[in-house]
Design a protein. Structure first.
Length: 219
């Protein structure tokens, strides 16, 4: 993964093979070596599709269903997904930058070796999702639900977590030390398996004390 800085379109190993996409995406479609550029998709059913070695630039999805689709080596930049159904999708070796996910359903999905750069996640459902070797770099995660999710080797450098829910989530090798804010709305007991910094521990201390029933009094 290119964690430090996002790549430009021209830097993609398959950039020379890309062809402009024209038309609408369809259910169970197969899309390889295509460049989706400046397109807005209104609703539509495109579930169970395969996107392979393709690029998305300034593309908007307003609603619509991409359920059970697969994204292999896909590059996304300035993409907006609002109210889009991405449940049970599979993401592999993909990169997403400067994009917005709002009211998006991504629950039950699987992500492997995926990096998000400067993305905004607002009211996103990631329940029961499996994330392995995923990085959120300089992102905002607000009202994101990781309930029942499995996070392994996930990092959040420069990211802000605001009212994130971790109820019944399983964390393994999760590194939160470089997150700029660690706002956990619920499921603080699921932080077992994560690494945080000393200042973050002080910030979480009131919630941790409340969780274990510890009374702190200086009287």
């Amino acid at each position: 993964m290119h964690v430090n800085t996002p790549r430009d379109l021209a830097a993609l190993p398959y950039a020379d093979r890309l062809e402009p996409f024209i038309g609408e995406i369809e259910h169970a479609g197969a899309y390889e070596w295509l460049h989706f550029d400046g397109t807005t998709f209104e609703g539509g059913e495109a579930g169970s599709s395969l996107f392979s070695q393709s690029a998305f630039s300034s593309v908007s999805f307003n609603g619509g269903r991409l359920r059970r689709s697969r994204f292999d080596e896909v590059w996304l930049h300035a993409v907006r997904m609002v109210g889009t159904n991405l449940a049970e999708t599979t993401w592999l070796d993909s990169e997403c930058a400067a994009s917005v996910f709002a009211g998006t359903e991504i629950h039950g999905s699987e992500m492997r070796r995926v990096v998000f750069h400067q993305c905004k996640f607002d009211s996103v459902n990631l329940r029961a999702t499996s994330l392995k070797d995923v990085a959120f770099v300089g992102c905002l995660l607000r009202d994101v639900d990781f309930g029942g999710a499995r996070l392994a080797d996930v990092r959040f450098p420069g990211s802000t977590l605001d009212r994130v829910r971790l109820d019944r989530a399983t964390l393994t090798g999760v590194d939160l030390r470089e997150a700029t804010a660690l706002g956990i709305a619920s499921g603080i007991d699921s932080l077992n398996g994560a690494t945080i910094s000393t200042p973050q521990l002080f910030d979480l201390a009131p919630d941790l004390a409340q969780h274990i029933g510890l009374t702190v009094s200086d009287d």
